[in-house]
Ligand binder design. Structure first.
Ligand SMILES: NC(=O)c1ccc[n+]([C@@H]2O[C@H](COP(=O)([O-])OP(=O)(O)OC[C@H]3O[C@@H](n4cnc5c(N)ncnc54)[C@H](OP(=O)(O)O)[C@@H]3O)[C@@H](O)[C@H]2O)c1
Length: 328
């Protein structure tokens, strides 16, 4: 079967498409999935280049990719037909999901073995054309739940600033913050993405056309916001510290972010941690079905363009999700 692997840390060129990789055997509690699409994330290039904490201790050669959608084609010894049916992942079911944080294996392969708990069924009404979006839903979605609900604990009436409102996670942070009761959400992004940000329900602040700090100060009457959700970090974290209202907090997403400039000033700053779980995947399903999470896929690339996909990820201006087509 075809599988993308890398045997050393480095640039996108270390990613190699193998045509004769062995098919995995499922563990007792795992299912086998024929993968159709893989959702790509900045974490993928950070692991590949060795800069992510997750790269430490990773056995090379390693696979790439954390989230996907596909069809269940088999199962391990502990999962009989009744068990698979009760979990909604019987053979033939279309499923989506992500590797749990403790599972280092990649997903960019024609067939993967994955813990049945890390998957949820895709509703029958979803069309074939819409499937790439489901491949990119789990990681961004579980991150957005962890950010809005567990870490920022956004409540009725909060004012919120999202940095990177049209990115993969940003496109879910905006609707989830509104769903949690946020009174108003502002979101930064390039001017080219302003309309998208507005469609998601936030007030866009184009950082490439205006001074976003001045704009936010004007919009909040100098008060700042209760919560900053910072998906970018590099050039946004420090200036955001002057935009936090009293008793407010900043949640920044990159896991290696240095929070000390905030904590030294007595400000609350946190990094979210994904909590896997079927209940959370099911919540994403409900949100998509109800039209509340209109996550967008901006590009679908074939498997042999994984190097180009990683260049785009590292560029840091992805709109919605980038997806890899495992069937082409
Ligand atoms: N803690 C966790 O568990 C966790 C989980 C998932 C992701 N993450 C991290 O969260 C970050 C975001 O992930 P993602 O998947 O959303 O990335 P992404 O899809 O690549 O989105 C990046 C976003 O950043 C925006 N951006 C770039 N420069 C900016 C600037 N100067 N000011 C404001 N926005 C700017 C881009 O908007 P424009 O194109 O408009 O510039 C784009 O919307 C990554 O670092 C990722 O590794 C952490």
């Amino acid at each position: 079967m075809r599988e993308i692997r890398f045997d050393r840390f480095g640039g996108p060129e270390v990613l190699t498409l193998h045509h004769d990789a062995p098919r995995p055997e499922p563990g007792p509690e795992e299912v086998l999935v024929q993968v159709a699409y893989v959702g790509l994330n900045p974490l993928d290039f950070k692991i590949r280049e060795g800069s992510s904490a997750r790269a430490e201790g990773l056995d090379l050669p390693a696979g790439t990719g954390r989230e996907m959608m596909g069809v269940v084609i088999g199962a391990g010894s502990e999962l009989d037909e009744a068990e698979l049916s009760s979990r909604g992942v019987a053979p033939g079911t279309r499923v989506f999901g992500m590797r749990s944080p403790s599972d280092d294996r990649g997903v960019a392969a024609e067939v993967i073995a994955i813990d049945a708990e890390d998957l949820a069924p895709i509703p029958d009404e979803v069309s074939e054309q819409d499937l790439p979006r489901w491949a990119g839903l789990a990681l961004a979605g579980l991150t957005a739940i962890a950010t809005v609900q567990d870490t920022a604990q956004i409540r009725e009436g909060h004012t919120v600033l999202v940095h990177g409102g049209s990115g993969g996670v940003g496109q879910l942070l905006i609707p989830m913050a509104l769903e949690a009761g946020a009174a108003q959400v502002w979101a930064t992004g390039r001017e080219a993405n302003a309309e998208r940000i507005r469609d998601l329900g936030a007030t866009p602040i184009p950082y490439d056309a205006t001074d976003w700090t001045a704009e936010l100060q004007r919009a909040t009457g100098g008060r700042g916001v209760d919560v900053v959700l910072d998906t970018h970090y590099h050039s946004t974290f420090l200036p955001s510290l002057d935009q936090i209202a009293e008793d407010g907090l900043i949640v920044t997403l990159p896991t290696l972010a240095d929070l000390s400039p905030a904590t030294e000033r007595g400000l609350r700053a946190r990094i979210p941690r994904i909590l896997p779980g079927r209940d959370r995947l099911d919540r994403l399903v409900q949100g998509i079905r109800a039209g509340r999470y209109p996550l967008e896929v901006s590009q679908v690339l074939p498997m042999d363009r994984i190097d180009r996909a990683h260049e785009l990820l590292a560029d840091g201006h992805t709109r919605g999700k980038l997806v890899l087509d495992i069937t082409s």
